[in-house]
Ligand binder design. Structure first.
Ligand SMILES: Nc1nc2c(ncn2[C@@H]2O[C@H](COP(=O)(O)OP(=O)(O)OP(=O)(O)O)[C@@H](O)[C@H]2O)c(=O)[nH]1
Length: 361
């Protein structure tokens, strides 16, 4: 995992972004529910520990905060669909809670006599936000917003000076909590990413699996413009059963891994390469015409044929060949039909004696 994957979600795949946002939305909803209950429920503690005049002011502030937080519950369902909504909801949550903190601290007037539980709210908030699997950049933004707001509140309510021991203690403690929050958030992001990779990658070749490929295929088809065709190529290793039978399954596995690496080398990062089935590989080339797709498929076929695979056990070598079918798709093409046609083209290549590429026209 690269550092930039932790830093921001820019490099994340569209599919993973949606999954992460869905995950954040559910946790966000629970967080808001917990805060509404907790902030309103604390009225009982206020009644117990505060004098009547103070209590009469603070219970209204608590109820008002609960009311302001409530619209975030339905908003969390929109977050699931769109990153902007998620950012907006998180921002609204932090601002409402910082306002609550400001009014609650202001209501004490004399900061020196304030009970510890009330001063601890910003730390509690940082701890709660750690449950969200956010990239470091988002965590830093949240931490900076909370830190600036808390220090400004302190400055305004307390001594009106920045040269004050208590303020330095506050900064130090806020920094520690912020770092802990970012550390836990990144850990959650990493866990989510690992789980996602395990569920979308083929265990042997590390190519994307069929499930993810079909999602990506649907997305490319949906996004492609009328004048931007894409090409689908289906490859199948020739007489692969014989390799397994004559050289063992370990060698068969080695062949699959080597072919997967050659596929990645030839088609590059813009193509979507997946293991479609046992010894079948599928490639989607966005913004590519049929002739270009056929040329690329030929390049791959020649590369595989010219690179014998070494047996990891006895260092003998096996020459492998594959056949391919190619089809061109458009934004209004039917996915099932395209898959059927590419399969027919591959079948035709097998019928023509294997080790060749056939285009569906
Ligand atoms: N080693 C290994 N073999 C696999 C794997 N997945 C599928 N196979 C084998 O792939 C073989 C596919 O054989 P067939 O479908 O008969 O096709 P073929 O021998 O390639 O013949 P043609 O496709 O007609 O050229 C079977 O023997 C499967 O056991 C795998 O992950 N590892």
């Amino acid at each position: 995992m690269e550092l930039k994957e932790y830093w921001s979600d820019k490099g994340h795949s569209r599919d993973f972004k949606l999954i992460r946002i869905g995950f954040v939305a559910v946790r966000f909803r629970w967080l808001v529910t917990l805060l509404i209950i907790g902030i309103a429920g604390w009225i009982a503690v206020d009644w117990w520990v505060l004098d009547t005049a103070h209590f009469k002011l603070l219970w209204k502030v608590r109820l008002m905060t609960g009311v302001m937080l409530t619209p975030l519950l339905p908003l969390s369902y929109l977050c699931k669909l769109n990153r902007r909504w998620m950012v907006l909801s998180l921002f609204a949550l932090v601002i409402i809670l910082l306002l609550f903190n400001l009014v609650s601290l202001w209501s004490f007037r004399d900061v020196a006599t304030m009970p510890a539980g009330y001063v601890a709210f910003p730390y509690f908030l940082l701890a709660l936000l750690a449950v969200l699997p956010l990239p470091i950049r988002s965590g830093v933004r949240i931490a900076v917003t909370i830190m600036v707001a808390v220090l400004a509140t302190d400055y305004w309510l307390d001594s009106h000076t920045l040269n004050n021991g208590k303020l330095i203690d506050r900064v130090w403690l806020l920094l520690c909590f912020s770092l802990a929050m970012i550390w836990v958030q990144t850990g959650q992001l990493r866990m989510l990413m690992d789980l996602y990779r395990e569920s979308t990658r083929d265990a042997l070749t590390r190519l994307m699996n069929r499930r993810l490929f079909m999602q990506q295929f649907a997305a490319v088809r949906h996004d492609s413009k009328a004048d931007q065709p894409y090409t689908l190529i289906l490859f199948d290793l020739d007489k692969f059963k014989r390799i397994n039978d004559e050289h063992g399954h370990l060698m068969g596995d080695e062949v699959l891994v080597r072919v997967a690496m050659t596929l990645m080398d030839i088609f590059g990062p813009d193509a979507m390469v997946a293991r479609y089935g046992g010894e079948e590989f599928i490639v989607l080339l966005p913004n590519t015409r049929l002739e270009q797709g056929v040329r690329k498929a030929e390049t791959l076929r020649l590369a595989v044929e010219s690179q014998p695979v070494e047996n990891p056990l006895d260092e003998s070598e096996v020459t492998v060949t594959l056949s391919g079918g190619v089809v061109e798709g458009h934004h209004n093409s039917d996915m099932t039909e395209l898959l059927l046609w590419v399969d027919e083209a591959l079948y035709e290549a097998k019928s023509q004696g294997r080790n060749c590429v056939v285009a569906h026209v």
